[in-house]
Design a protein around this ligand. Sequence first.
Ligand SMILES: [Zn+2]
Ligand SMILES: [Zn+2]
Length: 381
Amino acid sequence: VTTSRYRYQLEILKYDYTPVGQLPITPDWQPAIEWARLGAIRAGSPIGVVAASGTVDPIWNSEAGQPYISGFKVSVDGEPARASEFEITYWRSLARAAAATLIEKKVLLDGEQFRYRVAAFPRTDAPSSRGKLDSGVTEVAPDLQLSEGNLADMVAAGSPVGAINPSDPPVFIPSQLIREAVKMKAEAQATETGSVLIGRLCIDRRGPAAELFAVVTAHVPARYTSNELTRMTFTADTWADVHNAISLRGAGEVMLAWFHTHPTRHFCTCEDCDRSRCSLNTDFFSLDDQLLHRSVFPRAWTSALVISDVMDESGTWTDSCSLFGWRDGAIVERGFYEFDPDRADRVATTDGGKGGTSIVKRSGNPVLGSTVGGGRRGAGA
Ligand SMILES: [Zn+2]
Ligand SMILES: [Zn+2]
């Protein structure tokens, strides 16, 4: 049950501040709560007391005044000093969707600039729980499986892919796994395919602030039914495979991310396709992708690897690798580190060396560490 002391309203205005529409919003607080949890852990909050629920309070807009807000703050451990603040851009995509509806109704012109603002009103049926929220998460903080790790060593051993943003919890993905993902995409041809990435969630407490980072070690291919070929889904069989793999490997691994493909070269219907015009020639994370990520991977340190078809300079379709993840409670494209576990793993994590990169076999019982060890080392470099 989600309760809040305030009800929220989104207002859409023309660029000259003429109001053109408003709608009540029921905020999805969980991504903000998860981001606040990460902030509290980084700020030194004892992990055991960081609950999977939080308290949300509006930050009043100092210029426009109440009821308008400039954002909100979330406290997850009852320490106001460790509260995380969010801006109203938290509702950016909702505002865009509302504006699109107003364009359909011809209240706004297509392409016209608009503004949005959010107002908060005390609830008359105010619950007594003082804005305490239940985020709907049954798994609570003490279940966090953490390994001690050395972030600086991992960064030194890895190569950055994409733009590394210091707000993002670092993610390390073995080069071998990316090669396997590209191969899975090629083999599946026009069908979307994917896997669940498992590994160690590490904490490094050496610096002034603790940092959580994700070290991916293996992936478990997704199994789906034959009539769901065009859209990526995770079935109960896949989750069973993942839990079996984690328990068989016995290395304290957790689910960190998922991978799927966008084989868009097979869907292109351009008569004379070229890179500047083809709408499919892009790295993207669809609305379906976002909904799946939100429901299955809500944790602030989880991410989604996508291998997409994009066109290179010469007009040939090629594979592009991108990672999406949470930042300030929103899903954004983000950077990560590619690394070779043989070089990085043992020095960087105290329990390193256990369960290196492997693709866990799809049929029958998941195979423990099927490609770990000397064979891969020989094949690698
Ligand atoms: Zn095209
Ligand atoms: Zn997708």
